[in-house]
Design a protein around this ligand. Structure first.
Ligand code: G3H
Length: 522
């Protein structure tokens, strides 16, 4: 909930009036229902956009200007209760809605998201300082994800299994087991600030397709993008109650949501909070994507120019605020100088500035995040790491990209994820040493290896204890139908469209017991 401020709802019209012309136009059209006359964005319950009875709002701080850019409702626990009641009631009928019809709804949402993409993207630029082009890409990627989920869901969820009893020793043929996939019930979806749209849709799509209802708790930074996105689900005509959206203070509704008796599954993406959630969740299936310390191993025979290109993109896109960002390069000594020079050249070419101008490096999400990153950099500096691309520089939440060479295991940057534009380089004697470092981390999300030797690549992939290993490319979650999972503190369960569909159902068996005499004798 970093950067949020709670206040009483006075007239917040100024927040809207201070917006762009495009924002004002969208408010009077497709998106007119989502904002109250006070200027505070509404929450969503029972097919309606509403103002909270709390009379309070939460401010969203623009990371670039450090000014309030939006206000959202501070929902109450009672409103959350009503979301779960509505979800439970609506889910019963939704579970009986034919698969092809659920797929039709998702395709409709996808089409609406494409049609109304720009205002959603504009919110991402303001709320989370995502570069303008990447913001639009996130929305379009999400629409594509929904279309694919609808198609995959029809195929995957439509398939069951029939088992005959006589395949087990000593059994006759009189029992038939029909195995089907049935919904879990109500899914609580909690996406992170860095993909408030895409990582919301990657939970909502599979959950709804599988016949579940969803309560969505968007991140505070990114909530308004999430509200705009949800309007596309609303406009597609999804049954009232099936989908709700709660905004508010973590202290008021955080634990209340995650420990609510109405929750039948939690799908969470974020940081260490996920570990606390999982400890308190009880008998509820969990899909968790948490942090990562994605190690990039560069072998002596690697194509260094290509590796450097991937490392710069992997380390610095969206200013390093991706769980799959390259967070540590382990390069074999013999080629370290050449690699560092090539990476430094790429880093020097990065444009630093504002998200509206499509800069490569934009302000990080909050002041506390910037302070944390600074702490990691200073720790490395004090312990002898060298700055390759000039001295450390910061203005507000904007940090100039930092490339640190000669990082050692004694430094925090060897183990902690900065989630910012900071790339540490550790020189190693061998790829074995790099793999050992990777496996000693508490994280195990992704890793990558650059080598021209496919046998070595596979051996290194086998040895790296991470959910995914990329060969000759930087870590990445997409394409969105690929399985995506973290080991150790990086997560529970697997994502990717098919795996998420599988996660959102439980197995149900119906055993038909035939009359043994009639059936087996005939
Ligand atoms: O931040 C976590 C995301 O799952 C990373 O996704 O690899 O598409 O940037 P990405």
């Amino acid at each position: 909930m970093g950067g949020c401020v709670v206040s009483n709802v006075a007239s917040n019209v100024e927040t809207i009036e201070a917006g762009t012309e495009r924002e004002l136009q969208t408010m009077s059209g497709f998106y007119s229902d989502i904002v109250a006359p006070t200027g505070v964005y509404k929450y969503y319950l029972n097919g309606q956009w509403l103002e909270s009875a709390s009379g309070k709002s939460v401010s969203i701080i623009n990371p670039s200007t450090r000014q309030t850019c939006y206000e959202v409702q501070a929902c109450t626990q009672d409103e959350v209760n009503r979301m779960f009641d509505a979800a439970k009631a609506a889910q019963k009928a939704w579970a009986r809605t034919p698969l092809w019809k659920r797929a039709e709804y998702l395709h409709k949402v996808a089409a609406l998201m494409r049609e109304h993409a720009q205002p959603i993207a504009d919110c991402l630029v303001k709320e989370v300082a995502k570069p303008a082009k990447d913001s639009l890409t996130e929305v379009v990627r999400s629409a594509d994800l929904l279309d694919y989920t609808a198609e995959e869901g029809v195929r995957f969820l439509g398939e069951g299994q029939l088992l005959n009893s006589d395949s087990f020793p000593g059994q006759q043929r009189n029992k038939m087991c029909l195995v089907s996939k049935v919904p879990l019930g109500v899914v609580l979806a909690i996406p992170p600030f860095n993909y408030p749209v895409n990582l919301a849709v990657s939970k909502l799509g599979p959950a709804l397709m599988a016949g579940n209802a969803v309560v969505l708790k968007p991140p505070t930074q990114g909530a308004v993008a999430g509200i705009h996105m949800l309007q596309c689900f609303h406009a597609a005509g999804l049954p009232a109650g099936l989908l709700s959206l709660a905004t508010g203070r973590g202290s008021e509704i955080g634990d209340f949501l995650t420990q609510h008796p109405g929750v039948n599954c939690i799908s969470f993406t974020g940081g260490d909070t996920g570990i606390a959630i999982s400890k308190k969740a009880g008998m509820v299936p969990l899909q968790m994507e948490l942090g990562g310390k994605d190690v990039c191993i560069v072998a002596a025979d690697a194509d260094l120019a290509a590796a450097a290109k991937h490392i710069v993109k992997g380390g610095f896109s969206y200013s390093g605020q991706r769980c799959t960002a390259v967070k540590l390069v382990c390069v074999v000594d013999s080629v370290a100088d050449e690699l560092v020079a090539a990476v430094a050249k790429g880093v020097a070419a990065l444009k630093v500035g504002m998200p509206e101008d499509d800069a490569d490096i934009t302000p990080v999400v909050s002041e506390s995040s910037a302070n944390f990153i600074e702490g990691l950099v200073m720790d490395a500096k004090e312990k002898g790491a060298t700055f390759v691309t000039g001295e450390y520089r910061r203005e507000g939440n904007l940090l100039w990209p930092v490339l640190l060479d000669h990082v050692t295991p004694g430094m925090r940057l060897a183990w902690e994820e900065p989630f910012g534009p900071v790339l540490p380089i550790m020189r190693v004697a061998s790829t074995d040493e790099a793999v050992a470092h990777c496996n000693a981390s508490k994280y195990g999300l992704q890793g990558c290896v650059f080598t021209r030797d496919i046998n070595a690549a596979i051996a290194i992939s086998d040895a790296m204890e991470t959910g995914t290993v990329q060969v000759n490319s930087a870590p990445a979650r997409g394409p969105d139908h690929f399985p995506f999972q973290g080991f150790r503190d990086s997560g529970i369960g697997s994502q990717g469209i098919r795996n998420s569909l599988a996660m959102m159902v439980k197995t149900k068996s119906t055993v038909i017991n035939l009359d043994q005499e009639t059936y087996t004798m005939g």
